[in-house]
Design a protein around this ligand. Structure first.
Ligand code: AIR
Length: 334
């Protein structure tokens, strides 16, 4: 279901609609404002999303639509911030910086297309046909890029243009000591050990939800070939990834570019209040989304993963609801 805060957000929603039409995925589209029509929003989420697998929320300004929607359901909620004022940064921060317990996977500003791509990746977790289509679409980028390169060079027509010679470099065999356990469903990756506290929270929360997970350290900058080979080797064995990264988050981008499975990203605070990692993680180009969580929000990443599994797995849904009740034991909870 695509939810808009206002009909004026349609220009962004149109990008999601185009992807769903291309991928042949059924969608509903509704307009409900978290502020102007709070009751209507609640009614739609509570009474009209039973059959829905993923909810995409698209809103600008003080965008509380994603957070409110996520608080009313256990389905995965994706947010698309809209550039109405401040270049959309107001909406981006109000979507990402969700409190513990209410995860929202946020896309780049105006990236309605990536919300639909991520929704497809989530649905594909339980749909082999869609999994294949996603892989085909990813390979099709190669042909597209090559064609655009040829057209560009033809247009430039510079007399000093010279194609560089091609010489294939042999890549040495990479060791396979990073083998996964056969029952692992979620792979957590970080580039170093500096965000261990956050990784620990992810593991604890996934363990509580009884979701089998493993944690590996592979650097995208120090050993890019190892990371690439690793993802290639184990991609069929896992359902999704959680990547933890600070500074320039090359790690998430590298993982996303080698898989069509959902990649949930946790940007971490090291410098600049973490704004460097948040923005470099979230602002991905169309077709390669990173489901970005708030800064240092390890538990929410695990809970978002829980929401994805909960679509099809009743046991995990029950664990998720149980966990939410403990989390809220100090506040009124029905
Ligand atoms: N909005 C509507 N209710 C709450 C929010 N945050 C957002 C809409 C839209 C922006 O406010 O999602 O992006 C302006 O809405 P309008 O209807 O005035 O064009």
């Amino acid at each position: 279901m695509i939810l808009l805060g206002s009909a004026s957000d349609y220009k962004v929603a149109q990008k999601a609609v185009n992807v769903f039409e291309e991928m042949n995925i059924k969608y509903d589209l509704r307009v409900a404002s978290a502020h102007r029509t709070a009751e209507r929003l609640k009614d739609i989420i509570k009474n009209e999303t039973e059959e829905v697998e993923v909810i995409i929320t698209i809103a600008g300004l003080a965008a509380h639509l994603p957070g409110v929607a996520a608080s009313l359901t256990t389905k995965p909620v994706i947010a698309v911030p809209v550039d109405v004022k401040l270049g959309g940064i107001d909406s981006l921060l109000s979507s990402t910086e969700m409190q513990l317990g209410t995860p929202v996977a946020t896309m780049g500003i105006d990236r309605g297309d990536n919300a639909a791509w991520l929704a497809c990746q989530i649905i594909a977790c339980n749909d082999e046909e869609l999994k294949k289509t996603l892989k085909e679409k990813r390979y099709a980028y190669n042909a597209k890029i090559q064609k655009s390169e040829e057209e560009l060079i033809e247009k430039i027509a510079g007399k000093n243009y010279k194609r560089t010679e091609r010489s294939v470099v042999e890549v040495e065999e990479i060791d396979k000591t990073l083998k996964l356990n056969p029952d692992t469903r979620v792979l957590i990756i970080s580039g170093n050990y500096s965000n261990m506290e956050i990784v620990k929270k992810i593991i604890q929360t996934l363990d509580t939800l009884k979701i089998k997970n493993e944690y590996k350290v592979v650097s995208a900058t120090r050993s890019p070939e190892k990371l690439e080979k690793y993802i290639e080797d184990i991609d069929d064995e896992v359902d999704m990834y959680i990547a933890v990264s600070s500074l320039s988050t090359i790690l998430t981008g590298a993982i996303v570019s080698h898989t069509t499975k959902p990649v949930i990203g946790v940007p971490c605070t090291t410098r600049l209040f973490g704004i460097d990692s948040l923005l470099s993680m979230i602002e991905m180009p169309p077709g390669v989304p990173t489901a970005t969580m708030g800064l240092d929000a390890g538990e929410n990443a695990a809970l978002f993963v829980g929401r994805i599994f909960a679509i099809y797995d009743e046991n995990i849904r029950n664990e998720l609801i149980k966990f939410m009740k403990t989390l809220h034991r100090n506040v009124y909870y029905d």
